[in-house]
Design a protein around this ligand. Structure first.
Ligand code: HEC
Length: 112
């Protein structure tokens, strides 16, 4: 099932829309912790580094995220960062999943 998402790239400009062929996570149930952990290291890692030490995107290790509470990190993942390469993940990940990822990033659990 395809879904489309729209977001406002820059104030005053038309909404930018993306059609995603990926089924929403809710259609298939929550991904397992192992699947989500892999997604972080593979998909997020493609920009943030496979060991989350940074690349195109900033490092996502506990020391780097100290200033951000779990809720703020989860919101960044869901909404992305406008005008940067950081995409919004809410079409692909449920809030429960982004909360889980945020807690793992804060604790560094995926790095062990
Ligand atoms: C296509 C590249 C790309 C992918 C894929 C990507 N990011 Fe990002 N991300 C970025 C960039 C670039 C920034 C910096 C945005 C800015 O300039 O504020 C960023 C910023 C962030 C931040 C804020 C970090 C901080 O210190 O302010 C978090 C958290 C984050 N990304 C998490 C994730 C997670 C989790 C995933 C996977 C679900 C992911 N990103 C996938 C490019 C990416």
């Amino acid at each position: 099932m395809g879904r489309s998402i729209c977001w406002r790239q820059t104030p005053g400009l038309a909404l930018l829309c993306l059609a995603l062929a990926t089924a929403h996570a809710a259609d298939t149930g929550r991904r397992s912790d192992a699947e989500l952990g892999n997604l972080v290291l593979q998909d997020c890692g493609s920009c943030h580094g496979m060991t989350l030490k940074g690349g195109l995107g900033p490092p996502l290790r506990p020391d780097n995220l100290e200033r951000l509470p779990v809720e703020a990190i989860s919101a960044i993942i869901r909404e992305g960062v406008p005008d940067t390469a950081m995409p919004p993940w809410k079409p692909l990940l449920t809030p429960e999943e982004t909360d889980w990822i945020s807690r793992q990033l804060k604790s560094g659990a995926l790095l062990h």
